[in-house]
Design a protein around this ligand. Structure first.
Ligand code: LLP
Length: 403
């Protein structure tokens, strides 16, 4: 349940548009995750691409969660925030080998997802450094949109199982120590069976990796985007995985540590985008509520057709009417189409919920508008965790030449 009063206070105190996070929800999600896999040796590495605000990273660190990173600056930020290199895994996609070199230098674990870089890794390090291999098991995962369905054979992610022979050829040619296998699907896992199918494939393949210590299941646990949406039950998943995992470890004769890289699962629900209705407008057919935000601040509805719940915090008891909630960008910019909302007046504050993951981390300055501020409540303390942009931020790094 959203704390309406607190959100309204935050909008008043910090202004809108504002990303507002509840630290208690992040803590709750972490313990829920830990609890679901309590009986396994497990490590949680937060996928910081979902939200890389340093205060959120600090909270993760405090709660004993490591980091999943995809770029060198993400690693550097993690290190700056006090994470140890061994708490960080680097899972880049199709990057220049120099980034891999850099990660090795910084001491993180490393996922390799293409044969080209694996070959370079072998040539450079032989068996002196270990790595994980990211595999693509060709499972058609469930997904709201094709854009995020990664476990299928058209996907650019991971090393295809069709290349398994070639993969092993490179590994033995250089004596590469593969101590982990990684399998990730992006937020499309809605059913325990899909996850278990992926796990079974990995458990079967694992026997071909004699140095194996870890299996990394990546992220991809779907979260609800509105109250009551049905999603996977992690506890049930943990219980269903357990016998398969036990049989697998017995067969291998050793305990394999499981890693997970949840992003949105940890932060999605904690974040709300608060925005103010500036203009009500009708074209005779549709009633538009125009807000002081847009897909420059939350791209998910436009980019993925993602559904985010919207609440009118200022007029919660009013009767419901249909609105198309739109942003102020100079093109189609919908947050929601024909959505039933409590009657909206100009000046009302709307909450766009479940926006903590891939919300701020995908903002832009399109239309030369300022990126929003971010604030967080922990206990009863409400604090800014990022200033709103200013004109200086828009102009930073631009160079004016003379003509
Ligand atoms: N691990 C790896 C290797 C990943 O590629 C991702 C997400 C994660 C973990 C975290 O996945 P999560 O638990 O957050 O689903 N911008 C899109 C999502 C892209 C996800 C990319 N990879 C969105 O807004 O839905």
């Amino acid at each position: 349940m959203l704390n309406r009063k607190r959100l309204l206070n935050a909008a008043k105190k910090f202004g809108t548009p504002l990303y507002f996070y509840d630290a208690d929800i992040i803590r709750r999600q972490i313990s829920y995750f830990q609890d679901a896999f309590r009986t396994f040796p497990v490590q949680i590495r937060y996928a910081m691409k979902s939200n890389s605000n340093i205060s959120i990273l600090k909270l993760m660190l405090k709660e004993g969660v490591g980091l999943d990173t995809v770029s060198i600056p993400e690693i550097q930020t993690g290190l700056l925030m006090g994470f140890q290199p061994e708490q960080i895994v680097f899972t880049p996609n199709l990057v220049d080998f120099n980034e891999i070199r850099e990660a090795v230098k910084l001491g993180t674990s490393l996922n390799i997802e293409n044969l080209s870089n694996l070959e370079k890794f072998g040539r450079e390090y032989g068996s002196s450094k270990s790595c994980f291999i990211r595999l693509n098991p060709h499972i058609i995962a469930e997904s709201q949109t094709e854009k995020v369905a990664n476990w299928h054979n058209q996907s650019k992610f991971g090393i295809s199982l069709n290349l398994f022979d070639k993969l092993h050829e490179i590994i033995s040619k250089y004596g590469i120590v593969v101590d982990g296998i990684h399998l990730h699907s992006s937020h499309v896992i809605m059913k325990t069976e899909v996850f278990l199918k992926g796990a079974e494939i990995i458990f079967n393949l694992a026997q071909d990796f004699p140095h194996l210590k870890y299996i990394d299941f990546g992220g991809g646990i779907k979260v609800p985007h509105y109250a009551g949406e049905k999603v996977i039950d992690l506890k049930e998943l943990g219980n269903a995985l357990k016998p398969k995992y036990n049989a697998f470890c017995n067969k291998l004769g050793k305990k394999i540590e499981l890693w997970f890289e949840p992003g949105r699962f940890l932060v999605g629900e904690s974040g709300t985008l608060l925005t103010q209705v500036k203009v009500l407008k009708s074209n005779g057919l549709v009633d538009f509520a125009g807000v002081d935000s847009g897909f420059n601040h939350l791209i998910r509805p436009m980019f993925y057709d993602a559904y985010h719940e919207i609440l009118n915090l200022s007029n919660p008891d009013a009767k419901k009417k249909k609105y198309t909630v739109v942003g102020n960008l100079c093109e189609i910019d919908n947050f929601a189409k024909n959505r039933l909302l409590n009657e909206i007046r100009e000046g009302d504050i709307l909450a766009i919920t479940h926006a903590g993951g891939y919300g701020y981390s995908m903002v832009s300055q399109y239309n030369s508008r300022f990126r929003p501020a971010e604030a967080m409540v922990t206990g009863d303390k409400m604090q800014l965790i990022r200033e709103r942009d200013t004109l200086d931020d828009l102009l930073r790094n631009q160079i004016e030449i003379s003509f």
